[in-house]
Design a protein around this ligand. Structure first.
Ligand SMILES: C[S@@+](CC[C@H](N)C(=O)[O-])C[C@H]1O[C@@H](n2cnc3c(N)ncnc32)[C@H](O)[C@@H]1O
Length: 524
């Protein structure tokens, strides 16, 4: 029997021939039946270049691997549009009746797609997508499924308030249950507590949240533009780099709770929920910050996964979920990215720490005895002028000019506040000692919103007893490092301000002293 050298460096197999790469990763295809199903439904895959194997859990678990060197621009696999699963491709909306579908508000948000997925899954092997359902996850590491105790570990981060479990369940009760009960011939009563249960609703919602794409309809005139291909990325708010002159691309949509939360809001007006689609095979690709080497592009009848960089044999084929901060990765996908940070240490370079405007208002009001009516009036004006109510801080450790501007707005004397209103222009972000003192206190208080310190977390990380706790620590640690870095910078700027002030005072004092001296000499 031949011996097999398994040497893993990151996600890359080294020390083995290309042909051996498959074997070396212990890797017979992990989902052969799925690949058969995919090809039987006119999906194509270049099996001489791509396989699906199990990577380490920290590398994404199941994912796609290059079994030989792949050049940039290579088509890895193609998916017929009618193999994507959406409210457009499932036959349920037509069977239900489009009018009734709309009356039940199933055309808004994700409720319709969730119901289609529940119904298709309930059809068993007679559903076109049965081979796809067989490989979809049934459990998730997302905070949606955490205990209260585990959620408490995320205190201070923005994750908890964005989970939206209650909103999602409201949709289940108000839209899905009435629709299901109204059509017993479509939704068999014996299936209601199993295939149409609230638990199944969350499973389908989480599958959408972590795996769906935003696939826009093909518009005929797009053919005339460029090469007729746009790209489709995975994950909400994903970066979408169009080939020159290409039509607007489908983007991997944000899933589940996000849209349920925003239902009726601005985002929903812009998003056509029938664009949200599950894309078999494309959703087998994992993602890691800055690692994208393949992307989904679309044409009239097919979606195509194409390499965007050369990929070495044995390397993982990575899509992008938009290089999201760990808080968002955890909320949507149930994992976090930990790689080398540009300024040393490990973490996610895309992390974001949020500061709410109300924290700034309360610190400024306390330090300067501001009246509530006055601060409300100024903040309302700030928001009306398009100012932020949450400020994002990043690993570049820059103090956002808008934070300084809003602090100065709150502290302006009345006459200047009147002028600002007249000019309709917020104050310049001048970092004077007064503004920096407010910011310094804001950052200190913000850091206290987390249950632990940076030092505590670094210790806890070494012994974290569960994956969820480890993820919570990594999310809050990344945010705290940003806040702490900016706190240090603010303290330094404050020290410099006060030195400058001292020097100025001394400088201003000096001529006075000199003239006193001259005077006394003259007097003498
Ligand atoms: C679109 S699916 C990717 C394929 C998935 N691994 C599978 O087995 O089907 C997204 C899920 O893959 C996992 N994943 C993707 N990238 C990951 C990474 N860098 N680290 C850990 N898990 C990752 C997460 O569980 C995420 O919810």
């Amino acid at each position: 029997m031949p011996t097999i050298n398994k040497i893993l460096v990151g996600s890359r197999v080294v020390g083995v021939g290309r042909e051996d790469a498959r074997l070396a990763l212990g890797m017979a295809t992990v989902v052969p039946e799925f690949l058969d199903w995919f090809q039987a439904h006119q999906g194509t895959i270049d099996t001489s270049s791509v396989d699906v194997i199990n990577f380490l859990p920290s590398e994404g678990g199941r994912g796609a691997v290059a079994v030989k060197d792949i050049p940039e621009g290579h088509v890895l696999f193609t998916i017929p549009r009618d193999l994507t699963l959406s409210t457009r491709t499932s036959s349920l909306p037509l069977r239900f009746g489009m009018g009734a579908w709309k009356n039940a508000k199933l055309h808004e948000g994700w409720a319709g797609l969730i119901l289609c997925m529940m119904w298709e899954a309930a059809q068993g092997s007679s559903s076109k997508w049965s081979g796809y359902f067989d490989i979809l996850p049934t459990s998730f590491d997302t905070p949606m499924f955490w205990t209260e105790e585990e959620l408490a570990e995320l205190r201070g981060t923005s994750v908890v308030e964005k989970i939206g479990r209650a909103d999602a369940e409201k949709d289940y009760k108000e839209k899905l249950i009435p629709a299901i009960n109204s059509r017993p011939e479509l939704f068999l009563p014996r299936d209601i507590h199993t295939r149409y249960s609230v638990e199944m609703y969350h499973v389908m919602g989480s599958r959408i949240l972590s795996r769906s794409f935003n696939v826009e309809k093909w518009a005929p005139d797009e053919e005339e533009v460029g090469d007729g291909a746009g790209d489709v990325s995975m994950g909400s708010g994903m970066d979408v780099d169009l080939p020159d002159g290409a039509p607007a691309p489908p983007t991997h949509s944000s899933h589940g709770t996000d849209d349920l939360e925003h239902e009726g809001g601005e985002e929903e007006e812009q998003e056509d929920s029938s664009d949200i689609a599950m894309v078999p095979m494309a959703d087998i690709l994992n993602a890691r910050y800055g690692s994208e080497n393949a992307k989904l592009f679309y044409e009239e009848n097919y979606l195509k996964m194409i390499s965007t960089r050369p990929i070495k044999g044995g390397e993982q084929i990575w899509n992008t979920y938009g290089d999201l901060p760990n808080a968002e990765l955890l909320r949507r996908y149930g994992h976090v990215d930990v790689i080398q940070l540009p300024n040393g240490g490990q973490g996610n370079p895309g992390d974001v720490a949020e500061i709410r405007a109300d924290l700034i208002v309360s610190v400024a009001a306390e330090q300067h005895s501001l009246s509530t009516d006055d601060t409300h009036e100024r903040i309302d004006w700030w928001l009306e002028e398009g100012g932020d109510d949450v400020f994002d801080l990043y690993f570049d450790l820059e103090i956002p000019p808008s934070i300084i501007s809003v602090i100065r707005l709150l502290l302006l004397p009345d006459e200047e506040w009147e002028k600002i209103k007249e000019k309709a222009k917020p104050p310049k972000p001048k970092m004077d000692a007064v503004a920096l003192t407010v910011l310094h206190e804001v950052l200190q208080r913000r850091l206290k919103e987390y249950p632990t310190s940076i030092q505590d977390d670094e210790q806890l990380l070494m012994t974290a007893p569960s994956l969820n706790l480890r993820h919570a620590i990594i999310v809050r640690l990344g945010e705290k490092k940003i806040l702490d870095g900016i706190l240090t910078k603010t303290a330094a700027a404050l020290a410099m301000e006060s030195n400058t002030k001292k020097r100025k005072t001394t400088h201003e004092d000096r001529p006075a002293a000199a003239s006193t001296l001259k005077k006394s000499k003259r007097q003498a």
